[in-house]
Design a protein around this ligand. Structure first.
Ligand SMILES: [Zn+2]
Length: 188
């Protein structure tokens, strides 16, 4: 069995009009996906499918938590995930994504693998900034990082870092790799 066989839906061989699938997306799933945004978590995905002629409507409900780095102190934190979305799947010549929510799959294959879609939905539902609940940050790290940033800021006027926000406005979900270096400096 391939790594993601579990997430294949054989559209061509569906006999009924309505189906429901449930997936537990745990650390094992994120390890297999092997993408940097999310590496750990526990999310339940419920996919309901309704078939009308050669069109398939998939509705997704994802709920759970993923582990991400806090933007303020860099410690791991649980980020709740809540996603609801819809996707229309049709048969065509080759795989393509027309709009965000219309996907064409090759009729000859007649199947869709939703593993990567599920992962993308999770990444999409992570807010731009993830910060611990008040009082839950690693105070030592947060204050060391703050001091370091203030010093940096004096040295270089072009760095527009907020004293507290470590990743900046334009960095959506991943921790800027430069902070790994900073963390090493502080820990040593
Ligand atoms: Zn924190």
């Amino acid at each position: 069995m391939g790594k993601f066989d579990l997430y294949k839906i054989q559209l061509k061989s569906l006999l009924e009009e309505n189906y429901s699938f449930q997936y537990e997306l745990n650390n094992d799933f994120f390890e297999k996906i092997d993408s940097p945004e999310v590496q750990k978590g526990s999310v339940t995905a419920i996919v309901t499918l309704s078939k009308k002629a050669n069109t398939f409507e998939l509705n997704f409900v994802l709920e759970g938590v993923v582990i991400v780095a806090c933007d303020r102190c860099l410690d791991e934190m649980e980020q709740p995930i809540n996603y609801r979305g819809k996707m229309i799947v049709k048969f065509g010549k080759e795989f393509s994504q027309e709009d965000d929510d219309i996907v064409i799959v090759p009729e000859a294959e007649g199947e869709i693998n939703i593993a990567w879609f599920l992962y993308e939905f999770i990444v999409l539902s992570i807010p731009a900034k993830c910060i611990h609940a008040p009082g839950k940050c690693n105070k030592i790290m947060a204050s060391k990082l703050r001091k370091h940033l203030v010093l940096d800021h004096d040295d270089d006027e072009n760095e527009n870092f907020d004293e507290v926000d470590l990743t900046g406005e334009d960095n959506e979900t991943t921790v800027d790799p430069r902070w790994d270096g900073l963390r090493n400096i502080i820990n040593n």
